[in-house]
Design a protein around this ligand. Structure first.
Ligand code: ZN
Length: 239
């Protein structure tokens, strides 16, 4: 069974009653619950726990890490970020959600500023599937409609994605690359845009379907780590 750890800074849920009303179990709790309903093994970890809940044991037992952060990016210990990055390069899957675009781990794996345009006007968002045969879009129609979301607009300062699955349109006119896959080392990273904390986005069936699909897509394959460095030849030959 695929083992998922859902990490959330879990700050808005404690400081903002509006967010608590939408996510009484926390964004991490809501995500972990629908993952379990879909046959995945899901645990949660939060910023305030020792080592942010991401101890060596937890990371070594994690196939896919999901990351939701916003106001607490700077509070994440650089040593933990380095450990997560090392695990991704060795094959752990990483799904970065919404405002996680500015997390230390995402910026480190991208190597760019990851900056973008934004606006909180509660406008509607339409996520168009631009790669219909991609496994992450399985079961999704032509698009996902979100009645109310925060706007993120281009230009999004990321490297060219290895695979682009969703392109968002917003009522105000902007567009945004909302579902992007990046290969980093042996790991796969999926950035998925929706999920502003004051909207019930993660309660929506098609959004849950995308995240479940993404877990199954970025999970590590059962393979040995590559051998690197100086090696003896496989065949005998005269120098
Ligand atoms: Zn937001």
């Amino acid at each position: 069974m695929v083992k998922v750890t859902v990490w959330n800074e879990n700050i808005h849920e404690q400081t903002d009653a509006e967010v608590r009303d939408v996510y009484p179990e926390g964004i991490h709790g809501t995500i972990a619950n629908f993952l379990k309903e879909n046959g995945l093994e899901a645990k949660t970890a939060t910023l305030e726990q020792p080592e942010h809940g991401l101890t060596d044991n937890v990371l070594n037992e994690t196939d896919v890490l999901i990351w939701w952060g916003h106001t607490g990016h700077d509070k994440v210990d650089d040593r933990i970020v380095e450990k997560v990055k090392d695990r991704v390069l060795k094959g752990m899957g990483l799904i970065v959600l919404h405002s996680g675009h500015f997390s230390k781990i995402f910026k480190s794996l991208m190597g760019t500023t990851c900056d973008l345009k934004w606006r909180e006007a509660g406008e509607n968002e339409r996520l168009w599937v631009v790669n219909p045969s991609h496994p992450i879009a399985e079961g999704i129609g032509e698009y996902i409609e979100l009645d109310h979301e925060e706007m993120y607009g281009e230009h999004f300062d990321i490297p060219e994605p290895d695979e682009l699955v969703f392109l968002s349109w917003f009522r105000g006119g902007e567009v945004f690359r909302s579902g992007c896959v990046f290969n980093r080392g042996l790991g796969k990273v999926f950035y998925f845009r929706p999920g502003h904390e004051t909207f019930p986005t993660y309660h929506q069936d098609d959004i849950q379907r995308v995240i479940v699909n993404a877990v199954n897509y970025v999970k590590p394959l059962n393979q040995n780590q590559p051998i690197r460095g100086n090696v003896q030849p496989l065949e005998r030959f005269d120098k």
